[in-house]
Write a protein that binds this ligand. Sequence first.
Ligand SMILES: *Cc1c(COP(=O)(O)O)cnc(C)c1O
Length: 499
Amino acid sequence: MTTFHSTRSTTDSLTSKEAIRLGLADDGGLFVTDSLGETKVDIADLAGRSYQAIAYDVLHALLPDFGEDELKDCIAAAYGTQWSDERITPLKPVGDDYILELFNGPTSAFKDVALQILPRFMARTAPAGGDGADHADEKIMILTATSGDTGKAALAGFADAPGTAITVFYPQGKVSQVQELQMTTQTGSNVNVAAVEGNFDDAQSAVKRIFGDRELAGRLAADSHVVLSSANSINVGRLVPQVVYYFSAYAQLLEQQVINVGDEVEFVVPTGNFGDILAGYYAKRLGLPVKHLVVASDKNNVLFDFLTSGTYNRQRPFYQTISPSMDILVSSNLERMLYYFAEGDTRLISMLMNDLKNWGTYEVPEPLLAKVRQLFGCGWANEDQVREMIADCWAKNRYVIDPHTACAYFVAQQMPRDPLTPRVILATASPYKFPRTVNEALGFDATGTDFDCMDVLARETGTVAPAALRGLEHADVRFDTVVPIDGMEDFVESAAKAL
Ligand SMILES: *Cc1c(COP(=O)(O)O)cnc(C)c1O
């Protein structure tokens, strides 16, 4: 039986549904299972299978307490016509490498892969306290502070999802025009969005306080039958859907006759919170022949320093870059990787995470680092290099990449090439999400609005802007509330009452 417990202790014994509903363990650890990889996914007949069929095999191996029909319903709803490519994550040859496009979902960023299915998982987890009548109408309200990408992908995923609601706060004036419109025009009867007078950290800290407020939790439960939860990337239900596209990439390499069954492949991954690349490690544990996983960072290169020195040190300047979704100093999901490489030593993990909390830094034992480095490579790109790579990739391959993907593209160019091992670069956002930066890099006009920039990019490159992004210019704005930091709690409470 697959059960889940914290990375910091083995006392819990939860089903995957319970782990998904709870999100984070009480001791602050992340949920893991010691059964990871006991059930392998058969790679012999991957070629020719649909994304949805592959998703079933992978998710069934990782979430065994979901029934066959439950999983199939979740998959069908999450990976349907809201994706603009029927392969969901199509693999394209670009130069000597391959690019796996993860951005063809409804919000044009890779977070859609996970956030389209997480709400469907949550709707199928039983309310706390079993199926007693008291809890039958309990709703989960997702609460998120966002600096841009995650908020929209979460809104799109949870909009009108049964048994759920979602409230998103973003810092007023601190997100791009497109990002703001993506959120304020979101449809759905269970969604709420507000701008906050403050910066992202203020909003984030306030959300954490709201999560910790027992009195509020009591009122929400009593008055509105609402429990608060988070959709951030440490939830098991966000991590496991990402394992699927590693198998899908392999299937497409087989179909394109680049490899034979059993051949090894390398993945280069734009990394922030370490969720995307950790899913590649899970894929390897499930039997995918992964030779190397390469962490690509931006100027916030805390992971590069860690993987080269063994010391993780968050006490460093924070840079706001043109790849904002990778601007992170604490990569939460790294804790899961350390747990597995330390062979389940929860005491070591607790100690390291305590050091991080108390001193802002920790150091892993040398043998552990050596093991990690056999599988994980690393590199990083500064902002000039990111711009150069956007231009280089367009000039050489007539393929436009976004600033996040450009970090990985740069790192791939720096690595020695092994002609026998195909390399897959994960593309995490559509270039049309960052049209101004991309136009500047390509030497195109970048003076107008974001929408003018999209039109220029389309005209100059002969590519087409995703309809959902281009259409934002004239979409109806549904939310224009601005709240002070100390008004966020009231906003949550009235949103819950209105459900
Ligand atoms: C979230 C995000 C990333 C980083 O992914 P992690 O799972 O946090 O490592 C990279 N690129 C884009 C565009 C993203 O939105």
